[in-house]
Design a binder for this molecule. Structure first.
Ligand SMILES: *[C@@H]1O[C@H](CO)[C@@H](O)[C@H](O)[C@H]1NC(C)=O
Ligand SMILES: *[C@@H]1O[C@H](CO)[C@@H](O)[C@H](O)[C@H]1NC(C)=O
Ligand SMILES: *[C@@H]1O[C@H](CO)[C@@H](O)[C@H](O)[C@H]1NC(C)=O
Ligand SMILES: *[C@@H]1O[C@H](CO)[C@@H](O)[C@H](O)[C@H]1NC(C)=O
Ligand SMILES: *[C@@H]1O[C@H](CO)[C@@H](O)[C@H](O)[C@H]1NC(C)=O
Length: 631
């Protein structure tokens, strides 16, 4: 907590010179860009961060793909005896014995690695227990709650074949009566023998701060992260943003920021100094900051961007909730009086599957009070749950009295619903589903609405620049109606279509502040406790949406039965094979974000969205104007 003490002096000067938020020049609504992948690592945004991790140049001989594979925390594996031709299975997902008797691997046969070193691992079962050699007769059981040395296995590899050795030297072998036992005393060969197994990689989709730091080890991780934090985002990016019509940055941070410079292992300090710098750059370039708690202790969604170790979601236990409130208190104390602070987002993307609404509402209510204790004006931003949740649930929860914002993430991705849509259909979806939802939420007269994440990317293959312009333009057009504003995901990304700067420089996103100002009301009297009244959009052309859905009949409900792409990780026992798309790394920005709302009930005015490959530049005059306005 040294950072807290050290910041006292700085804080004082912030308070003294803190101007009133109500005089934000010409700033009407939030037009933000996320600084994703900076202070919270996401491997898909910058894969090279992981390039130097030893070792694991293991080639996984998948039938379709051959990928380089590094054993990092959370990698999901299945283990098959090459002699018995059966998979190792922890009955009921753990808690009892282990057998080698399954023809087909599913959830009971899937283990998540905890990395101890580059060759030593612990194997965690579905239910949370670890495989252990701690038994009288040498049997391997699935009964350990805590992984210690008897739960640590040394893995020797030869292509996809492995030997599994105890730290005390014995090799693990299958027996002819289908048990797993650790009494093989010789060095096994790589031929077909009972101590040789095939390791099948089921999923390798976690590349976050935990995997990076634990993969490199402290010293190297510190070097890698120092380099990343000082070079990935710099003052010149703030300059760029301020010159291109952006007025705010949303900055994801992890809970360990409060324990700078020495957070608990394996996390690496330094993110607090970087956040301080961001605030000073923001001040220099006239931007505002939203601090977004992206990773809570225990992980609120099991994804890499919440720094989950192995995909499990341990938030919200009472201890983690109070620890998280301390994080909010720390952030509000340190930045509550800073003139560049616009708001604090209490928690990014909690998972609906694991975080009950009442617990979340209680957390948000307490978090709101904590922020208010340090700032009467900072916006308190509440992120909608991801997964199967009703987008109106937070609007009805009555959290907080003033300057409350609900954050919805709008991606035309991460859901099979979008997979086969062409460009026209994607653009129609923005006008036909997103726009009426925003209207309904506005009409509900609750908290302000923030589209805190969206991107100019979709599942359409090989779309033209023109189609991207249409799609991006539609989103800018519609999201400008969000009462608080929007935030693009993300500033920089190896995948160029996600990269805001690339989109601007290459004219895939035709955005200027002027185009938005003509739409946006000067709505946000910053620091005023108003939700409505002056929040209506003004004089926009009608996008042809027939009737705005009635909020009492929430428009934004997900279609039942859809699954998130990234939820294919094992979740319930079944006898069918787990989808083995291991190795393919899809962007783990996961969430179905009310995509299917209203699921296509209303017909869209096709003229409204005449953007498609075949469109000529002159075909849809009205639409052309919409884009020109942003040019
Ligand atoms: C393993 O556990 C299952 C379920 O508890 C039981 O039916 C089975 O007999 C056990 N097998 C062995 C080899 O102990
Ligand atoms: C707000 O501050 C008061 C006075 O310091 C304190 O008693 C109270 O517990 C704080 N409330 C929260 C929610 O932190
Ligand atoms: C997209 O372009 C690539 C490279 O030109 C090509 O291989 C692929 O088949 C195209 N995909 C579609 C759906 O057209
Ligand atoms: C924005 O909101 C106004 C007022 O509700 C509405 O008339 C207009 O159609 C909306 N624009 C878009 C693009 O959704
Ligand atoms: C998109 O799909 C719709 C419905 O199948 C079709 O009418 C339309 O022509 C398609 N547009 C393009 C550009 O492929």
């Amino acid at each position: 907590m040294g950072g807290l003490v050290g910041s006292g002096f700085v804080l004082l000067s912030w308070v003294l010179f803190s101007p009133c938020f109500c005089s934000v020049d010409g700033l009407s609504k939030v037009r933000a860009v996320n600084l994703g992948g900076w202070l919270v690592v996401e491997g898909w945004i910058k894969p090279s961060l992981f390039d130097g991790i030893p070792n694991g140049d293991m080639l996984v001989g998948g039938l379709i793909l051959v990928v380089h594979f590094v054993f990092l925390d959370g990698t999901q594996v299945q283990v098959r005896s090459v002699v018995l031709n059966k998979y190792v299975s922890a009955a009921n997902g753990g808690g009892s014995n282990v057998t080698v008797d399954r023809d087909v691997a599913s959830t009971w046969e899937t283990f998540r690695l905890w990395r101890v070193s580059q060759n030593e691992f612990q194997l965690r079962c579905l239910g949370g227990e670890f495989l252990t050699s701690n038994s009288e007769d040498g049997l391997i059981l699935a009964t350990a709650r805590e992984p210690l040395s008897t739960e640590t296995f040394y893995i020797e590899r030869n292509d996809e074949r492995v030997h599994i050795k105890l730290l005390n030297g014995g090799y693990v072998q299958a027996t002819n009566d289908h048990l797993l036992i650790s009494t093989y005393q010789f060095q096994p060969g790589w031929d077909n023998n009972l101590a040789t197994f095939e390791l099948v990689i089921v999923a390798n989709n976690l590349h976050g701060d935990y995997q990076l730091a634990n993969g490199y080890g402290y010293e190297r991780a510190k070097m890698v992260l120092e380099e990343h934090r000082t070079s990935f985002i710099t003052a010149s990016d703030f300059d760029f943003l301020s010159r291109h019509g952006i007025n705010t940055v949303r900055i994801p941070v992890g809970w360990w920021i409060t324990q700078d410079p020495y957070p608990p292992s394996p996390f690496v300090g330094g993110s607090l100094a970087a956040l301080d710098l961001a605030f000073s750059w923001a001040q220099s370039y006239g931007l505002k900051c939203i601090i977004d708690l992206h990773a809570a202790p225990g992980s609120q969604n099991g994804m890499e961007h919440s720094a989950s170790r192995d995909g499990s979601v341990d938030w919200p236990s009472p201890e983690y909730v109070s620890q998280t409130l301390e994080v909010i208190d720390f952030l509000a104390t340190r930045y509550g009086g800073h003139p560049s602070l616009l708001g604090i987002e209490l928690l990014n993307e909690p998972s609906a599957a694991t975080v009950p609404l009442d617990v979340l509402v209680s957390y948000y209510t307490r978090g709101y009070q904590i922020v208010r204790n340090h700032s009467s004006t900072a916006y308190v931003i509440l992120c909608q749950r991801i997964g199967n949740a009703d987008p109106i649930e937070l609007f009805q929860a009555g959290i907080g009295l003033s300057n409350v914002v609900v954050d919805l993430h709008y991606y035309n991705l991460f859901d099979p619903y979008f997979a086969s849509m062409n460009s026209t259909q994607n653009i129609e979806f923005i006008y036909k589903n997103r726009a009426p939802q925003l209207q309904a939420l506005k009409d509900a007269n609750g908290p302000l609405v923030f589209i805190g994440e969206w991107v100019n990317e979709w599942d359409v293959q090989n779309a033209s620049q023109y189609e991207y312009q249409k799609f991006g333009g539609a989103q800018l057009d519609v999201y400008a109606n969000a009462t608080f504003g929007w935030s693009y995901w993300t500033l920089k990304n190896d995948r160029m279509h996600w990269d805001f700067e690339w989109n601007i420089q290459n004219k895939y996103l035709l955005f200027t502040a002027a185009g938005q100002e003509s739409n946006a009301q000067p709505i946000l009297g910053y620091g005023r406790a108003t939700y409505s009244g002056h929040l209506d959009g003004r004089g926009r052309r009608n996008p042809g949406v027939p009737n705005a859905p009635n909020p009492s009949n929430p428009p934004a409900r997900r279609r039942p039965g859809t699954t998130r792409r990234h939820d294919r990780t094992v979740s319930s026992p079944s006898t069918t094979a787990t989808a083995a798309d291991g190795g393919t790394v899809t962007p783990p920005k996961g969430s179905v974000r009310f995509d299917c709302l209203g699921g296509g009930a209303t017909a869209v005015s096709a003229a409204r969205v005449g953007a498609a490959a075949g469109d000529s530049e002159t075909e849809d005059v009205d639409e052309e104007k919409a884009i020109a306005r942003h040019a």
